[in-house]
Design a protein around this ligand. Structure first.
Ligand code: PRP
Ligand code: URA
Length: 210
């Protein structure tokens, strides 16, 4: 596997991933599990945030202790399925600003179509985490990363739940500077560019559509 791809093999992540793959898991449980998975993955995605030493006072004495330094974090879900990952991230990084990029995959061309974009200010000062549960052909993720870079982002990470090898290749080729965090790399895409074995349509399963 490429060195900028991080597969999160923690047992809790793998267990919950199995549950969301299961066709018998309904929208309520699916949403809860996606939120929990995002929270667990946030822990690893933020591993390299810079720390600084601050002076505090415990009930017993003054001491120096570490806290996250001024680095600003932005999280950017790709609508709509990325929305399911926002609350889990915000539970661990409550001060993060949230941008939104609206993209859907045209069923005929399989190319991403933009319909909304609202991003936080100071994009160049932020560590940005782009959220989308599914990295299939990589078209949506590549377009999302390009939007962020066009708006000045210099530091982007991509967090997904399931990636196809084709999507990883596409992102690594177009954006070799972007680290990819995923819970699994699946076998392949089918003829409709759905991930196999995957979990089906993430947006439909989150929101109960279809
Ligand atoms: C899904 C998914 C990704 C995209 C992945 O969104 O959430 O955004 O497909 O496919 P790609 O890697 O081939 O671009 P979809 O277009 O189904 O829209 P939705 O989230 O609104 O359901
Ligand atoms: N989008 C999804 O929601 N699922 C896939 O398997 C591929 C694209």
């Amino acid at each position: 596997m490429r060195e900028n791809v991080h597969i999160m093999d923690h047992p809790l992540i793998q267990h919950k991933l199995t549950m969301i793959r299961d066709v018998n898991t309904g929208p309520k449980e699916f949403r809860e599990l996606v939120e929990e998975l995002s929270m667990l993955m946030a822990y690893e995605v933020t591993r390299n945030l810079p720390l600084e030493e601050v002076e505090i006072e415990t009930p017993l004495c003054k001491t120096k202790s570490k806290c996250i330094s001024g680095k600003k974090v932005g999280i950017v879900p790709i609508l709509r399925a990325g929305l399911g990952m926002v609350n889990g991230m915000l539970k661990l990084i409550p001060a993060a600003k949230v941008g939104h990029i609206g993209l859907y995959r045209d069923p005929e061309t399989l190319k991403p179509v933009e319909y909304y974009c609202k991003l936080p200010p100071d994009m160049n000062e932020r560590e940005l985490i782009l959220l989308d549960p599914m990295l299939a052909t990589g078209g949506s993720a590549c377009a999302g990363i390009s939007f962020l870079k066009e708006k000045g982002a210099a530091n982007v990470k991509l967090m997904c739940l399931i990636a196809a090898p084709e999507g990883i290749e596409a992102v690594c080729k177009a954006h070799p500077d972007v680290e990819i965090y995923t819970a699994a790399v699946d076998e392949r895409l089918n003829d409709h560019a759905y991930i196999i074995p995957g979990l089906g349509d993430a947006g439909d399963r989150l929101f109960g559509t279809k």
